[in-house]
Write a protein that binds this ligand. Structure first.
Ligand SMILES: Cc1cc2nc3c(=O)[nH]c(=O)nc-3n(C[C@H](O)[C@H](O)[C@H](O)COP(=O)(O)O)c2cc1C
Length: 213
């Protein structure tokens, strides 16, 4: 294995938040994308992608994602809606819906139905009120456990910890054991800048043998 000897040191406290943001995105990738639906106070459906997103545990099944405070110091609609209603749906993003998902990331005002604006079809959920995205091959109905604030001001984070109450997996790609067929589901990940990746180039790593064998 190659050993690296020289590094560029970037002390985060001496850099602008935006510069740290770009460096972070280039080091933590590919990031899965939570395409989050919530309901606004007037019942307007909201839809937005978040790639500061991951699964965290299975008992209870839970995920986190983080809507940042925007560059003007304002909260995003998803954060406000989730805090108020305590409910969301996390829809996964495959290659087929990548462009419409990107359109939904436009900063529409809260009274715009982003399902309509980006061309998605709402599907009723069975446990929570926000609708699911019919064009997404798997959706997770979820309730809010807690919001943990990280930092203050523009680009600070709000980690939304959510418990998954129901998985929906498109039948044609749901295996007998209740998992999604990774090859068929064809999810995409976010890189830095405008970059994305697929998971079409995969490999297996069997569990390690006990030491000494
Ligand atoms: C693929 C992708 C991933 C994104 N990830 C995040 C993220 O993790 N956190 C964030 O605050 N914004 C993220 N954004 C930007 C939000 O989607 C965007 O600010 C959106 O307008 C928020 O919508 P809302 O105000 O309806 O919640 C991402 C955008 C894209 C296209």
């Amino acid at each position: 294995m190659r050993k690296y000897e020289r590094f560029t040191e970037l002390i985060t406290s001496q850099r602008e938040p935006r510069a740290n943001h770009h460096t972070l995105l280039s080091c933590v990738l590919p990031r899965p994308i939570a395409f989050v639906s919530t309901l606004g106070p007037d019942g307007v459906p909201n839809l937005a992608p978040f790639s500061f997103f991951t699964g965290i545990c299975a008992n209870p099944p839970a995920v986190i994602f983080s809507p940042a405070i925007n560059i003007k110091g304002q909260e995003k609609d998803t954060l406000r809606n989730l805090r108020e209603s305590g409910e969301c749906v996390i829809n996964v993003v495959n290659h087929e819906i990548r462009e419409a998902m990107n359109q939904a990331s436009f900063p529409y005002p809260p009274d715009v139905n982003e399902f309509e604006a980006a061309g998605f079809t709402p599907l009723p959920s069975i446990i929570v009120k926000p609708p699911r995205v019919a064009e997404s091959p798997a959706q997770m109905e979820a309730t809010l456990i807690e919001i943990v604030k990280v930092g203050q001001g523009p680009l600070s984070g709000n980690i939304c910890i959510c418990e998954i109450k129901c998985f929906h997996i498109a039948q044609e790609m749901c295996l007998e054991n209740g998992t999604a067929d990774i090859a068929q589901i064809d999810l995409v990940g976010r890189l830095g800048g405008d970059g994305y990746s697929t998971v079409r180039d995969r490999f297996d790593l069997p569990k390690p043998s006990p030491p000494g064998q």
